[in-house]
Design a protein around this ligand. Structure first.
Ligand code: DGL
Length: 376
């Protein structure tokens, strides 16, 4: 009796089941063995971004005599490779390598060092095997270095600056987590194209706005309009975008800037000033002077004529405010048109100094410089 088509299919299925099982028994161990041969770390490394961490010194590289020294310590002591080695968790985030460019307190940054750092970052971001750059930096002048890089680097790749308020030897040192969080941000896709970022105390700040607001606290970094985002449990969360042009959208290019930057000096106003100070500064021949006035950049009645004389000498006089925030109003309380002065927008004196110095590499026209202060 011939078998019905259904019976034939059933026999074929019964034969097929053991065949599938045999194949599975052979294939599963072979696939598993293949996965074992390739070390897990190597497999994952392919997917991780490559980050270069440039060490410049600061408290993040600091060491105190004892664990209770949180404010009394030497900064710029520990090599960047050691700082990286102290945070092995970063290996899960990125392939990191260190490069020591300086070992200094950031108060010692000058044009020469700033340009050297900026040019090195510029070289690194051009390398196809570098996905992001981090910079360990003293906190004192992070706001200036970061603003300068934000204005002059031509890259969309993340550039993240990080520091610490307590040395690595202190109880509750903040450096290791700051470094880890900075790596999380630098490795993230979301950080691309947002300009230079500063990561401290679980917050992500735009270089344009960030300023150091306290001499000791770990929550010292503040942005006038709030941070761009936060880092929580190894994830960056961005909530805002920088609105001012930066990096690829500016007219300044670090590769085109050589030699010392045009000199811009700062005069800080206070009660009972000595007008001769202004003459003395003018005598040094700066290209511009930031006059950090009280309130809305106010100029004392007895300082008006000496300040007018400064601009008459061809030095660009820029009125700023010592209050720490707020726009300085042109021709508001002061006769800017008449006296030949210009105003900052909302930048503090140290940021205005940096931008005015860059602006002077392009133009000597005070009005054009003021336009850049409003733009950037
Ligand atoms: N002098 C400081 C500097 O390098 C140490 C302060 C810090 O890094 O927090 O900026």
């Amino acid at each position: 009796m011939s078998k019905s088509p259904n019976a034939t299919q059933n026999i074929q299925r019964r034969r097929a089941v053991p065949l599938v099982l045999i194949l599975a028994f052979i294939a599963v161990p072979v696939i598993a063995a293949a996965q074992e041969i390739k070390p897990a770390t190597e497999a994952a490394a392919v997917a991780r971004p490559n980050i270069v961490i440039i060490g410049t010194g600061g408290t993040i590289a600091g060491a105190g005599a004892s664990s209770v020294n949180t404010g009394d310590y030497d900064s710029a002591k520990v090599a960047v490779d050691k700082i990286i080695a102290a945070v092995p968790e970063m290996k899960q985030v990125a392939n990191v390598r260190g490069e020591q460019i300086f070992q200094i307190g950031s108060e010692s940054f000058n044009d020469e060092r700033l340009l050297k750092l900026a040019k090195r970052v510029s070289e690194l971001v051009k390398q196809p095997d570098v996905d992001a750059v981090m910079i360990t930096h003293g906190t004192d002048t992070i706001e200036e270095t970061s603003y300068f890089l934000n204005l002059t680097l031509k890259t969309e790749k993340p550039v993240v600056i990080v520091g610490a308020m307590r040395p690595g030897t202190a109880l509750s040192a903040d450096g290791p987590l700051n470094l880890y969080n900075a790596a999380i941000v630098a490795a993230s896709e979301e950080a691309r194209g947002k300009g230079v970022l500063v990561v401290m105390n679980d917050e992500i700040h735009s270089a344009r706005d960030v300023t150091k607001s306290n001499a000791l606290k770990v929550e010292t970094f503040k942005s006038l309009y709030g941070p761009l985002g936060v880092v929580v449990e190894s994830k960056p969360y961005f909530y805002r975008l920088p609105s001012r042009p930066h990096t690829t959208a500016t007219e300044f290019d670090i590769d085109q800037i050589n030699g010392p930057l045009p000199e811009v000096d700062v005069f800080y106003a206070h009660a009972s000033m000595n007008p001769k100070m202004l003459d003395a500064i003018a005598g040094l021949g700066p290209k511009a002077l930031i006059y950090v006035g009280s309130g809305n950049g106010s100029v004392a009645d007895y300082m008006e004529e000496p300040l007018k004389q400064v601009s008459a000498k061809g030095i660009v006089v820029v009125r700023a405010t010592r209050t720490g925030s707020g726009l300085v109003v042109r021709n508001g309380e002061e006769k800017d048109d008449e006296n030949g002065w210009i105003v900052t927008a909302d930048q503090n004196a140290q940021k205005a100094r940096m931008l005015v110095s860059l602006a002077l590499t392009k133009t000597q026209d005070p009005k054009a410089i003021e336009a850049m202060l409003y733009k950037y």
